[in-house]
Design a protein around this ligand. Sequence first.
Ligand code: UD1
Ligand code: UDP
Length: 376
Amino acid sequence: MEQKKKILLIFGTRPEAIKMAPLVKALQADEHFDALVAVTAQHREMLDQVLDCFAIKPDFDLNMMQPGQTLAQITSRALNGLQQIIAEQRPDLVLVHGDTTTTLAGALAAFYEQVPVGHVEAGLRTGDKYAPYPEEMNRRLTSQLTDFHFAPTETARDNLLREGTAAERIFVTGNTVIDALLQTVDKGCDLAQYLGTETWQRINWEKKLLLLTCHRRENWGQPMQEIFAAVNSLAEEFQESVEIVCPVHKNPLVRQAARQIMGAAPNIHLIEPLDYRPFAQLMSLSSLVVTDSGGMQEEAPALGKPVLVLREVTERPEAVAAGTVRLIGNRQQSVYDGIRLLLTDDTVYSQMAHAANPYGDGKAARYIRDILQERL
Ligand code: UD1
Ligand code: UDP
């Protein structure tokens, strides 16, 4: 047999890990590849939760997370650490994912070592340099460094073509998040046991469940305070009929704001970030998802859950077009109005609550593997 191709998969945060996990598995199970994993650990606990869930043991771990890290700190630490690993390992290809600072640093480090780059989830754009921040720019810059663009949708492909990317370098594969979700959801997770008796009993599961997450940099400060204030007043108004569960991101800025503004409401449950399996379960039990997350805009529609997005623009327009996602911005009044409408208008709710999955058939990792087998 010809020599195995060495692929180095690089990631560092929770969402990248979830979306790269199916690809790690697909490449490691294939005899054509020697697939190695390098994590920057830009996130620590939240990354480790995903590594445990998918039983992935990184070959390299830069363990670089610092409390309150700045963008420049993450970039320089990741760039230095990853360049050394790439220089030593000399892979045939580096694979990065999405739009984090680890993504950009990984692609740049590979370029400095003149190693080809594959970009998974390529081509998403808002057209606004500062939204999402810094992710829009991370994605654009990574595209410039990329040799194989794995676009999740035709829209993403068109974005890349418009910027002059060669058509033969773009492959529409679907999003690996659907692979991860389908491999995870409803696979016998005991949410009650995972949450613990006290939390489980505190939540009245007979009521409507609203799942809330919020962490984005462009929402830090005033917008996040306004979002949480809107949720807090809705919790009071709908105390008899709605329970709100919010797994709080580990970022201290987010935790402080969440606790301060929503900590006293009896029907708002601020809990620790959940492992992916129970989180997927919780999403499937909820009536409504309110979030600024990128990945959840892709997952929740696939589960038939309406999603209200706490942003002014999104780089994921497909589910908006399909009618299951709406943008409600990040100001108190628009967030309040957007959520209230879905809690009170059954017609609007049922128009949004249908399964829509513009993001793939759950085989994206296999398509990427096959393309790499053919092209490398
Ligand atoms: C990062 C990504 C963002 C992605 C998000 C997913 C960048 C610039 N940002 O944002 O694109 O959407 O992850 O969640 O790449 N922390 C912990 N433990 C953890 C994780 C974070 O304590 O497991 C705390 C640390 O104090 C850390 C801070 O959160 O300094 C911020 O982490 P960072 O990765 O810089 O930013 P995120 O907002 O998580
Ligand atoms: N998620 C999780 N546990 C949680 C919250 C989210 O496993 O407590 C998953 C979620 O299903 C999605 C991903 O984490 O796949 C989203 O991560 P995050 O919101 O941190 O990043 P983003 O999607 O905004 O890049």
